[in-house]
Design a protein around this ligand. Structure first.
Ligand SMILES: Cc1cc2nc3c(=O)[nH]c(=O)nc-3n(C[C@H](O)[C@H](O)[C@H](O)COP(=O)(O)O)c2cc1C
Length: 412
């Protein structure tokens, strides 16, 4: 097992010509099983695109500090808290100067200031810029602050000069981080390789909203907490996580790719789009069973009516649709959550065979102390080995327990 497996690395990229080497660096880090969150300066985006790095890291790349949407999802302080180690490569002369002064005028420098773990810098610049007294002073300041400065290497530079200033090769940077991990940095969650490292987990969460007219809709009491807790646990276990969520008031867990949807049909489309690459699909969302047979184009008027009869049609069963599709283009493990109010195990066993899924996680929503809008849950897992009643616990703790059981059904 690589010592970088499941490590949470914040990779800062600044505006230098060596930024192109980050693609290779990122591949090597993720190949070693690390979870890498990329933060780029604005200048860096002129050298390599966020889209490329997003594709390589499997996570949205962060570039802006004053971005309300990104900040609501995973703010700069949460990014700093999430990371176990921070590497800035390449580190430009400008970034080094700003870091040495303690400036926090963009996302990267703000994260750096807010991060109190081990920091590595790989400077890369023209040899004269590297030799400049100001750069030497700034580097000395950072080293005195406890930062490990890797390189730079000497040689022929992109500008034609020769001398010190080339970024240390990606393999050497990976080795430096591996040495940090080997040197006794507290081990990630387990000593065993995580079965989820590099796997893709798709989770649906929350309620759906089925429009009746432009202002009204049908929905249910699902808070989304259980699905979000599973997404957080899955990301921490090293998986690439796609969280397809109905309307909920919850922040996106760190490292999770969230897709917001409204209706059951939207949720089905988003889930089908993610299905082909999924290793595990967990359908936690409380999908509305019915939708209006026709959505009124204008607000339904009350005047002159004594009542209203709604005409509803059945929504597709998302997990059953995937169960029927399994084996054609993908073969993920499938899990359905089932809210029951009576005969919980019998109903769950029936659903498991009807829907063609591996596991049904059944909870008794008639109990007031668990289920909807509660921090705790108490479930029975019905799987290939039969029914197992788990004790009441927090939704987050339950998530880890459930992932452990689902891992046993993963295909190699
Ligand atoms: C083509 C080009 C290449 C550059 N290469 C470097 C470089 O390798 N190292 C460096 O420190 N600055 C380099 N710069 C200058 C930085 O891009 C500039 O100082 C910028 O403000 C850095 O911003 P940042 O530190 O926020 O990323 C380069 C500029 C250009 C136009």
């Amino acid at each position: 097992m690589s010592s970088l497996a499941a490590r949470r690395i914040l990779l800062g990229i600044t505006g230098g010509i060596a930024a192109y080497k980050c693609c290779d660096l990122l591949r090597q880090l993720t190949g070693a099983g690390a979870q890498v969150q990329v933060v780029m300066t604005e200048a860096a985006t002129a050298f390599v695109t966020p889209l490329t790095l997003q594709a390589l890291s499997g996570r949205p790349v962060r570039t802006a500090l004053l971005d309300p949407a990104a900040e609501a999802a995973m703010g700069h302080i949460e990014l700093a808290r999430w990371a176990e180690v921070m590497l800035i490569a390449p580190a430009s002369a400008d970034a080094i100067a700003r870091l040495a002064q303690g400036q926090a005028n963009d996302l990267l420098t703000t994260c750096y200031l807010a991060f109190d773990g081990p920091k590595f810098l790989a400077p890369a610049m023209n040899q004269a810029m590297w030799r400049a007294p100001a750069t030497a002073r700034n580097v000395a300041t950072l080293e005195a602050d406890g930062v490990t400065v890797l390189g730079p290497a000497s040689g022929v530079q992109a500008c034609g000069d020769e001398g010190p200033g080339r970024m240390v090769e990606p393999a050497a940077l990976v080795s430096a981080l591996a040495a940090w991990a080997d040197a006794g940095a507290e081990a990630p969650t387990t000593a065993e390789p995580s079965p989820w490292a590099g796997r893709h987990i798709v989770i649906t969460a929350g309620p759906t909203r089925e429009a009746l007219d432009p202002v009204r809709y049908l929905t249910n009491r699902s808070s989304g907490q259980q699905g979000f807790a599973l997404a957080e646990a899955a990301a921490e276990a090293g998986a690439k996580v796609t969280l397809i969520s109905g309307p909920v008031a919850l922040p996106t867990p760190p490292g999770v790719n969230r897709v917001d949807v409204e209706s059951a049909l939207d949720m089905l489309a988003a889930t089908e789009a993610a299905f082909a690459t999924a290793d595990l699909v967990i359908a936690v969302a409380a999908v509305a069973d019915y939708r209006a047979s026709a959505v009124a184009p204008q607000k339904l008027k009350r005047e002159g009516t004594e009542g209203l009869t709604l005409s509803l049609v059945a929504n597709p069963d998302i997990i059953a649709t995937l169960g029927a599709r399994r084996g054609q283009d993908a073969h993920p493990v499938l899990v359905a959550f089932a809210a029951e109010t009576e005969n919980v195990v019998a109903h769950a066993e029936g659903k498991r065979s009807r829907k063609g899924v591996d596991f049904v996680v059944a909870n008794d929503v008639s109990r007031a102390d668990i289920g909807f809008n509660s921090a705790d849950n108490c479930v029975t897992v019905v799987g290939p080995a039969g029914a197992e009643a788990l004790p009441k616990m927090s939704k987050r703790a339950l998530s880890a327990q459930l992932l452990h059981r689902f891992a046993a059904a993963l295909r190699p």
